[in-house]
Design a protein around this ligand. Structure first.
Ligand SMILES: [Zn+2]
Length: 501
């Protein structure tokens, strides 16, 4: 026993040595000095770039070499490009190249990648926009900033905190804020050759202006106002305030020399805001004509002056990026009934009055007062102004219903009619030059256009009187919903229709 005992340290030493050698061989199995047969084939998009000894060595090389990229993107690791495949191969005589050579080949062909997030925005037509970012938190922050371009801070806070004040008389409540497109977010390896957003500011800019828009600046000159600078740069005043958030109202003063942003906004996202709105609107008086044989033909006398009434409308309005896309009047409450205007109209024929009448006089129309082209109540869904860099040359009037009558606002002659467009147009349709079914009526030096009609009820050359039905409201031509496009041109130039009222 004692003899065996004395051998124990020797046996243990021997066993330890064997284990050490075994482990060493195992660990260095892949190393150059121990195996000349094992190597790695490096492929890029299926094409062999070359063979190397160590995959780990290539990755370390990449990381050491790409310090600048790491710094630029604020990441701890840079990865091989997408499309790189490193496969283990076994051969007797592989042609081995250095990791540096492979690295340079990869670098020349394709960008390295970083780990980040890809946000995919998909619209209803399945068009996709992909946005790359390292930190996904900047996306939510940028979306909030874009939303704030269309909803003021107080209203947004009230909506989010469920503290919107109740409507007692008139006012509005936000019922929903959403992104119309589908948005998905996925972790991914992103090529450093693609744009990668690193901060909220630059991502917000992209979401608002799109990639095609270059930022443009304007230096304020003496006498400039927000109104004139905006108009001269094809912006409306709200758009100006969106791109220059340091201003709170279009009444703010500009200082000569001050630099302002005049870039056109072209949002990548479609921010939907649905509102419940209560507003008051006039309820117009009717006119009753009474024959009076004690007065000459062609003469009139007002017996009772008309007074407009007042009605309260409840509307549901859907805005997409600040534009009204859908509007419905869900309730109408009469606050004050209008007082009917009573006009006595002469019927006594005398030579003078008769010749006046034959001469084309229009006794029922009071000079300088224009009729309204739709029934009441109505909603103005787009004003006469710039929108997305294009000028909207008329008023869009909605809320009256498909097929509701459209009236001539004055006496005149029908000079042009298009009546062959399909009743339901779509945005971008060129039927009737985009106006769809339309009627153009010349009244003095004013050309009045009634567009997107469902039906046309007059023909070219016909004389129409104020209040006469010329067609019905529709959705033909380049139109996103039932409405009347009401345009007034003076000597060929579109003017804001409100100036005649
Ligand atoms: Zn329009």
């Amino acid at each position: 026993m004692s003899k065996i005992k004395s051998y124990i340290p020797v046996i243990i030493s021997f066993l330890i040595s064997v284990i050490i050698i075994f482990v060493y061989v195992l660990c260095t199995k892949n190393d150059v000095s121990f195996s000349t047969k094992e190597y790695y084939n490096v492929y890029l998009d299926g094409k062999l770039l070359g063979s190397i000894r160590s995959k780990v060595a290539l990755e370390n090389y990449i990381n050491k070499e790409q310090k600048n990229l790491k710094k630029q993107y604020g990441v701890s690791k840079i990865y091989v490009p997408n499309g790189i495949d490193i496969e283990k191969g076994i051969s007797h005589e592989p042609e081995i190249v250095s990791e540096k050579k492979i690295y340079n080949k990869i670098k020349k062909k394709k960008g390295f990648t970083v780990k980040g997030y890809v946000v995919t925005i998909t619209d209803s037509k399945k068009n996709e926009i992909k946005i790359n970012m390292i930190d996904k938190k900047i996306f939510n922050k940028a979306v909030t900033k874009v939303v704030k371009s269309f909803v003021d801070q107080t209203s947004l806070n009230n909506y989010r905190n469920n503290t919107q004040p109740e409507i007692k008389t008139t006012g509005s409540i936000i019922e929903n804020i959403d992104i119309e497109q589908d948005v998905s977010i996925k972790e991914s390896y992103i090529s450093t050759e693609e744009p990668i957003y690193l901060d909220t500011e630059s991502l917000t800019k992209y979401l608002l202006f799109g990639s095609s828009s270059t930022e443009s600046e304007y230096i304020v000159k003496p006498g400039d106002t927000i109104e004139t600078v905006a108009f001269n740069n094809k912006l409306n005043e709200e758009e100006f305030l969106i791109v220059n958030p340091e201003f709170t109202s279009s009444n703010n003063l500009l200082t000569p020399g001050q630099v302002v942003n005049v870039a056109l906004i072209n949002p990548v996202l479609k921010i939907v805001v649905e509102k419940h709105i209560v507003v008051d609107q006039d309820k117009p008086f009717e006119i009753e004509e009474k024959d009076d044989d004690s007065m000459d033909v062609g003469t009139t006398e007002v017996e009772v002056e008309g007074v407009n009434g007042r009605q309260r409308l409840t509307e549901k309005i859907k805005y997409v990026n600040g534009d009204i896309e859908k509007s419905v009047i869900v309730n109408t409450e009469v606050l004050k009934e209008p007082i009917k205007k009573v006009v006595r109209k002469g019927t006594r024929k005398s030579y003078n009055a008769y010749s006046y009448y034959e001469g084309g006089g229009s006794p029922a129309v009071v000079s300088g007062v224009w009729g309204w082209p739709t029934i009441y109540p109505y909603i103005i869904t787009s004003e006469f102004k710039f929108r997305w860099g294009r000028h909207h040359n008329g008023l869009d009037i909605s809320g009256c219903g498909f097929g509701s009558p459209i009236f001539s606002i004055g006496d005149g002659t029908v000079v042009d009619v298009v009546a062959s467009c399909p009743g339901q147009g779509y945005y971008g349709s060129s039927c009737g030059s985009g106006y769809g079914n339309r009627v153009q009526i010349q009244t003095g030096n004013m050309l009045v256009i009634y567009a997107h009609l469902n039906s046309v009820q007059v023909s070219v050359g016909q004389h129409v009187s104020k209040g006469e039905v010329v067609g019905t409201m529709g959705n033909s031509g380049s139109s996103t919903g039932t409405h009347l496009h009401f345009e007034v041109r003076v000597d060929g130039t579109p003017v804001n229709p409100w100036v005649i009222y």
